[in-house]
Design a protein around this ligand. Structure first.
Ligand code: WTA
Length: 652
C-alpha cells in the first residue's frame, strides 16, 4: 500500500446538498417500498438470506446449512444441488415463459436479432453438447474471448449447464493478456469469433487468439463463431467453426445438478501486482446475490426493458447482463459497439427504439455524453425510461445531475451502485422506492450487508472523516478465493484487519450515515470504470528494451475519471523523442490492451524514491494533479521532485 487515505481528493464530491425523494408513483409501485426490510435483514441476516434462497431459486436438492463461516472462507447453502443455467432458462420456459424476449440484440453495423428464452435454452443445450463432444467435463475451464453477440451469453450458460467454469476475457484485451489468463486457468477449450465491430472497425479476435495460443499449451480445441466474415486462419485439428459444431447438436441436454459451491466462473481483475487475479465465483450464493440485487435495486417488473450498457467481459456484464437479469426472466438489450457510432446519439436511438425502461451505465460514459452535449438525447423520445443506474467509479454530482435531468427527464431515480469483481453483487446502493438520494453518494449497504469505514487500526471513524471501506460480514455472492493462489486471497483481502474484508477503496460517511466513495487507496487506477494496475503498465513499459525504469500513476481526467500518466527513465544511450513516446504508448496497448495505453508519457532523468528504494507514486500523483505535496521526509533525494515538477510544468 503506497498511499494513505488522506491523499484522496474528496472535496469535490461533497458539495452537492440537494436531496431527491422517491417519486410518489414510483414508491407506490416499487418492489421494495418499506424500510422494514433493513430491520428484518439486521435481526438475523442468515435467516434473511435463507428465506430468499428458498423463494427465489430452484433447487434440485435442498441445502442443509445456510452459511458456514470459517473466516476468511465462506460456504453458502452447503449440501444443496442447483444449476445456474436451469435457474436462468429452464424454469422460465417450463412455466410458459419461453416466448418472452431475453435479449434484443443490436450489432454495431445495425443488424438486429430478437432472442427469446426458448431460443436461448435451445442454443445453450446445443452449445453444451458441442462442448461435451470436444471432451469438456465438469470442472474443466473454458476460456471465452468474444464480441458482444448473443452467442457470448449462450457460451457462458452452456458452461454453467455442464459445470465447466468459464473465464471470459474482455474482447479489448491483447493476445498477451489472453494468453496469461488461459495459462493461469489452464483452459481446455477456447470459444472465440473471427472478429467483432467497434467504431466501424473489426477487432481481430481470432488473430489475437492465434497469437495467444502460441504461448499456451492447455487449449486443445477452439470454437470460432463467424461474426464479421473476414478471412481468418483456421488450424486444422484444433479450430472448428461454431456453425459446424453447434447447430447440428441434439437439443437434449439436461442441466447438471451441481453443488452450491461448485465454481461457476473465474474472472481476472487487476490487483496491486503485475499479475491479474483470477477471482473465483461459485453457483448458488452468487446467483442469489445477483438476482436479488437486480430485482430490488433495478425494481425489475415483468414488462421492463432493461439495458446494462457494460461489456459482458467485465463483472458488471456477468452479473447484470447475464446471470441476474436472466434469473429474473427479464427482457434486456445488448448492444455490440461504441456509444458514438455512427453518431453520438446511438444510445438514445436504441432507448427510443426498444422503449428501454431502465438504463445502467458508468459515470465515464455519462461524462462523455455530457461533452457531446444534451442535444443528442433531446432529439430522441426517452420517455420510456423510469430508472437510471451508475457503476464503476464515484459519480461526481455534476454528472449525476446531468444524467438525472437530460436522460431521466427529472422523473427517474438514479441508483449509484458500489461493488467490485470480488463482491460479485452490488453491495452499497439505494433502493429506489425507499432511499432519499444525494447526488454523488451510493447511499446505504444493501439489506444484510454490513459495511463500515475504519481507520488504520480498524476502528470505525466518525462521520465526515475519510477511512477504508470494509465489509464485516460474509455475503452470498462473495469471492471464494483467487484461483491457484490461496495465500494471495488471505493477504489481499483479509490481512489488513482480522476477519474483515478490505475493499481497497476509501470512503466516508456523512451525519446521516450515507456512504461517499472516494476512490482506490492502493496501486489500482480506475480508467473509464476499468481497473488497471499501475504495476501492470509499468511492467509493459520496462518490457521495451529502451526503458530503464517506469512509474505510473492515475491523473485526474474530466471524462475517464483517471488517465494513465507514465514517468519513464530511458537507458542512457537512448534519446527521448515524441516518436519514442508514441511507440511506448502503442507498446503498452499491444501488451495489455488499448484501455491501458498511457495518455501521457513523460521522460524523466530520475524518480522520487524512499531511502529503501521504493518509488513514491504518491508524490508523482501530487505533481501530476498539481496538488500540494504530501510528506517528503522519507525521500532519498528531494531535488528529484523539483526537477520533475519543473519539467511537468514546462510540458503541460
Ligand atoms: C470502483 C466494477 C465508486 C471502486 C463493478 C471498486 C465504484 C472498483 C463504484 C471495482 C461506485 C465501482 N462508486 N466507486 N458506484 N462502483 N467502483 O472490479 O474503486 O471492475 O473498488 O467492479 O470500481 O471495479 P470492478
Amino acid at each position: 500500500m503506497s498511499d494513505s487515505i488522506h491523499d484522496i481528493a474528496i472535496e469535490s464530491l461533497m458539495k452537492e446538498e440537494r436531496i431527491f425523494d422517491p417519486p410518489e408513483e414510483f414508491r407506490k409501485r416499487a418492489n421494495i417500498n418499506s424500510p422494514d426490510i433493513y430491520k428484518k435483514a439486521e435481526e438475523n441476516f442468515e435467516a434473511f438470506w435463507d428465506e430468499l434462497a428458498k423463494s427465489e431459486l430452484h433447487w434440485f436438492e435442498p441445502y442443509q446449512k445456510v452459511l458456514d463461516w470459517n473466516p476468511p472462507y465462506a460456504r453458502w447453502f452447503d449440501g444443496g444441488k442447483i444449476n445456474v443455467s436451469y435457474n436462468c432458462l429452464d424454469r422460465h420456459v417450463l412455466s410458459g415463459g419461453g416466448d418472452k424476449i431475453a435479449y434484443y440484440w443490436e450489432g454495431e453495423p445495425g443488424d438486429t436479432r430478437e432472442v427469446t428464452y426458448a431460443d436461448l435454452l435451445r442454443d445453450v443445450k446445443k452449445c453444451a453438447n458441442a462442448l461435451k463432444q470436444l471432451g469438456v467435463q465438469k470442472g474443466d475451464r473454458v476460456a471465452i474471448y468474444m464480441p458482444m453477440v448473443p452467442e457470448l451469453p449462450v457460451a457462458m450458460l452452456a458452461c454453467a449447464r455442464i459445470g465447466a467454469p468459464h473465464t471470459v476475457v474482455f474482447g479489448g484485451f491483447s493476445a498477451d493478456a489472453l494468453a496469461g489468463r488461459i495459462n493461469d486457468s489452464q483452459a481446455k477449450v477456447l470459444i472465440t469469433a473471427d472478429g467483432g465491430y467497434r467504431k466501424g472497425n473489426i477487432v481481430p479476435l481470432k488473430k489475437n487468439a492465434d497469437e495467444a495460443l502460441k504461448n499456451t499449451s492447455s487449449v486443445e480445441k477452439v470454437i470460432v463463431l463467424k461474426r464479421t466474415g473476414h478471412d481468418v486462419d483456421m488450424t486444422p485439428g484444433r479450430d472448428i467453426w461454431w456453425h459446424d459444431i453447434v447447430p447440428n447438436q441434439s437439443e437434449d441436454c439436461p442441466a447438471e445438478p451441481l453443488d452450491s459451491e461448485h465454481m461457476l466462473y473465474l474472472l481476472y481483475t487487476s490487483g496491486t501486482t503485475a499479475k491479474p487475479k483470477g477471482i473465483v465465483h461459485t453457483s448458488a450464493g452468487y446467483l442469489l446475490g445477483v438476482s436479488l440485487t437486480h430485482k430490488w435495486i433495478f425494481d425489475i417488473k415483468p414488462e421492463d426493458v432493461y439495458w446494462c450498457a457494460a461489456d459482458i467481459g467485465w463483472v458488471t456484464g456477468h452479473s447484470y447482463i447475464v446471470y441476474g437479469p436472466l434469473a429474473n426472466h427479464t427482457t434486456s438489450v445488448i448492444y455490440e459497439g461504441a456509444p458514438d457510432y455512427p453518431g453520438p446519439d446511438r444510445w438514445w436511438s436504441i432507448i427510443e427504439k426498444y422503449k428501454v425502461t431502465i438504463l445502467y451505465t458508468a459515470p465515464t460514459a455519462i461524462r462523455a455524453h455530457m461533452k457531446w452535449g444534451p442535444q443528442h438525447a433531446q432529439a430522441h423520445d426517452l420517455s420510456s425510461l423510469r430508472l437510471l443506474g451508475s457503476v464503476g467509479e464515484p459519480i461526481n454530482p455534476e454528472a449525476w445531475l446531468w444524467y438525472y435531468k437530460y436522460i431521466g427527464g427529472e422523473r427517474c431515480p438514479v441508483v449509484d451502485t458500489w461493488w467490485q469483481t470480488e463482491t460479485g453483487m452490488i453491495m452499497i446502493s439505494p433502493l429506489p422506492g425507499i432511499t432519499r438520494l444525494k447526488p454523488g453518494s451510493a447511499t446505504f449497504p444493501f439489506p444484510g450487508v454490513q459495511a463500515d469505514v475504519v481507520d488504520e487500526q480498524g476502528n470505525s471513524v466518525p462521520p465526515g472523516v475519510g477511512g477504508y471501506l470494509v465489509l464485516k460480514r460474509p455475503w452470498p455472492a462473495m469471492l471464494r478465493g483467487i484461483y491457484g493462489d490461496p495465500d494471495r486471497y488471505v493477504q489481499t483481502y483479509w490481512s489488513r484487519f482480522p476477519d474483515v474484508y478490505f475493499s481497497g477503496d476509501g470512503a466516508k460517511r456523512d451525519e446521516e450515515g450515507y456512504f461517499w466513495l472516494l476512490g482506490r487507496v492502493d496501486d489500482v487506477m480506475n480508467v473509464s470504470g476499468h481497473r488497471i494496475s499501475t504495476i501492470e503498465v509499468e511492467s509493459a513499459l520496462v518490457d521495451d528494451p529502451r526503458v530503464a525504469e517506469a512509474a505510473v500513476i492515475g491523473q485526474h481526467d474530466e471524462v475517464t475519471g483517471e488517465a494513465i500518466f507514465a514517468f519513464v527513465i530511458l537507458k542512457s544511450d537512448v534519446e527521448p523523442t515524441p516518436e519514442l513516446g508514441e511507440e511506448l504508448r502503442q507498446h503498452v496497448a499491444r501488451k495489455i490492451g488499448p484501455i491501458a495505453r498511457p495518455k501521457r508519457i513523460m521522460f524523466t532523468p530520475d524518480l522520487p524514491k524512499t531511502r529503501s528504494g521504493k518509488i513514491m507514486r504518491r508524490l508523482l500523483r501530487d505533481i501530476a494533479n498539481d496538488r500540494q505535496l504530501g510528506d517528503t521526509t522519507t525521500l532519498a533525494d528531494a531535488s528529484v521532485v523539483e526537477l520533475i515538477q519543473s519539467a511537468t510544468k514546462a510540458n503541460v
